[in-house]
Design a protein around this ligand. Structure first.
Ligand code: SAM
Length: 192
């Protein structure tokens, strides 16, 4: 049983792109109540359910409390966009590195679509700083965004540091919502 229907969006994306392999280290940004983390724990084997497969790691972060989940470390009441949280992640991840960064983060809706869009995309920009600190070369980033004036700039920034960037609209996502996901794959460290 999943804690939230959003699990089906990640299942659908992962069934197609196979981002979450046994043994992988995954950071789940905006993890509460924990449905994406449930999917990640299962797929990377971080609870060690399959003794024949390598065990992975899942670290979830949210501003809100995230109820405990076997196989996941949770940083509840933490803001993903600030450097002190990045420092904690570096300590929790094996070797300070992740194969995959997931983000289903969303700001509290103000009701003003343009304002919510700018807030959400600004949060996505901060994921690029996080990636620079923890994402392994060849790693992936899946992040929720919404269509609007900054979407193209976000796509461009992602394209500078990932070999492949595509827009996804999972079937499990409501058709009338502006919600989209960028799947950015094959990370290359940015040039200084
Ligand atoms: N993927 C989750 C699941 O499957 O259970 C649902 C995520 S929910 C749509 C979005 C979450 O993003 C909210 O719980 C919210 O508190 C969190 N969030 C928003 N801004 C955040 C931030 N700056 N740092 C951490 N979490 C944030």
């Amino acid at each position: 049983n999943f804690r939230c229907r959003s699990a089906f969006k990640l299942l659908e994306i992962d069934d197609k792109f196979r981002l979450l392999q046994p043994g992988c280290s995954v950071v789940d940004c905006g993890a509460a109540p924990g449905a994406w983390s449930q999917v990640a724990v299962h797929r990377v084997n971080s609870a060690g359910t399959d003794p024949a497969a390598p065990p992975g790691t899942v670290v979830g972060i949210d501003l809100l409390h995230i109820p405990p989940l076997d196989g996941a470390y949770f940083l509840s009441c933490h803001d993903v966009t600030i450097p002190p949280t990045h420092a904690k992640l570096l300590e929790l991840l094996p070797g300070g590195q992740a194969h995959v960064i997931l983000s289903d983060m969303a700001p509290n809706a103000s009701g003003f679509r343009e304002m919510d869009h700018v807030k959400l995309v600004t949060m996505c920009f901060s994921l690029l700083d996080l990636a620079e600190k923890i994402l392994l070369p060849g790693g992936s980033l899946l992040c929720k965004y919404s269509d609007g004036i900054l979407a193209h700039e976000l796509q461009e920034k992602l394209s500078r540091v990932f070999n492949s960037v595509q827009t996804l609209k999972p079937k499990a996502s409501r058709k009338d919502s502006a919600e989209r996901y960028f799947l950015a794959r094959i990370y290359k460290k940015p040039e200084k």
